[in-house]
Design a protein around this ligand. Sequence first.
Ligand code: GDP
Length: 523
Amino acid sequence: MTAEEENFKNRRTFAIISHPDAGKTTITEQMLLLGGVVREAGTVKGRKGNFAKSDWMEIEQKRGISVTSSVLQFDFQGKRINILDTPGHEDFSEDTYRTLMAVDSVIMVVDSAKGIEPQTKKLFEIVKERHIPIFTFFNKLDRDGRPPLDLVDELETILGIEAYPMNWPIGSGKILSGLFDLYHHRVEVYHPKTDAERFLPLNAAGTDLEQANSIQQSPAWAETQDEVEMLTTAGNEFSETAVLQGKLTPVFFGSALTNFGVETFLETYMQYAPAPAAKPTVDGDEIAPTDPTFSGFVFKIQANMNPKHRDRIAFVRVVSGTFERGMDVSLARNGKKIRLSNVTEFMADAREKVETAVPGDIIGLYDTGNFQIGDTIYAGKRKVTFAELPTFTPEIFMRVQAKNVLKQKSFHKGIEQLVQEGTIQMYQAWDSGDYILGAVGALQFEVFQFRMENEYNTEVNLEPMGSKIARWIKPDQLNRQMASSRNLLVKDRHGAPVFLFENQFAERWFKDKYPEVELEAKL
Ligand code: GDP
């Protein structure tokens, strides 16, 4: 293997998940600062462009939230970091879920005053199911938060994962005076008077400072010492294997806003965050990053990144080999040959033309309608098809029609493309053929409606059907008589039969009546 082919080993590709307002953007900014990409904190949100909180879509601006995921790339301590940003709004999670399929590890940012919030829990379940290594950062230590033991306990009970504190706060809010850094065997001082005072070494036993310091006068010092002793004697054992299997989460504390503990976190994270991993194929095999032939998969398609150009970009995670601009690849789904000449990579402040990319990197392909979510592309003769990306069972449904019947053609085209992009899921009533849209979060409908109007010049009527429980059934078990007003029969976009149950009672009633019929949630 050439040195160049080994480049992937220094890639670290991850996503940051959090509940809105926990501080994901702020910590991302601090990381960019540490990476030397931006010079001042506070530039990410304000600037126009493809940034963490991007203004790719007008709707984002209107609602002040980040609807789509972006990618940031920068170098830190000899490693190339790819951060995949994920939408933080609780209404919009299908895109977030899919982005998690393209990362090798995840950082979870939690507001230490609020603890684990619902959105974090939902995202965490996907992370856990996929055994993605996860690192936890309890943020906003400069505010009065909940006791750290409570937070760690909650993390373990609510999320069902073992926690291992790498450092421990010395107070919070007004009395925050530092971090007891168990991993680095030192105390990190909050607002040190001099640079030399920033890190104070611990004694050999790791129980106290080596040399006396005013931080020992902090009202929180004695309590921190007690807690640290408890953690070291009764806490979980650290195991790198358990971290890599997603069974143990290293826990860090800090304050993103005052840039306290972020550097320590990032440095330690870089030591344990895994390099790009092999990815499973449909035939049960896997493709390793050391495999010399290029392959990758599309995990996201996004239109209208630049409102002036109406471009559509397919985001590809490189799995093996080296991507080179202008190379020829095949699309596994239909065998089509495509030359990849119009490509973009995502740097922090400019969309740059990429020449090469290695496993772990994300490339953006300008797309004229060739790609679908989950598509595999590969170079060479050997056909590669990666295992399907999971689809998420939608929970909310709406009937949809074009307002103007003369607009049928653009209506159909719009729906087809937006469904392919994964903006929303589409179903058709089995008998009437009416279009029904399904989503995980209500905001997806808004995005759909907005884009139909703006990009396909078609106003749509959406008629709420409320939340339903979608269950797939095997076609040979289907009997049309089974359908009723409480379990509507529809087909998905591949023509497979699905029942939309009104509620759990309806589903239970159905199961009692037809015990032989298997109902699948298809997550
Ligand atoms: P996001 O929604 O998770 O991206 O959260 P933001 O990074 O936008 O932060 C939400 C709010 O919390 C903003 O007003 C931030 O300034 C503030 N914030 C973020 N980190 C901290 C912190 O460490 N301490 C305090 N006091 N505020 C913070």
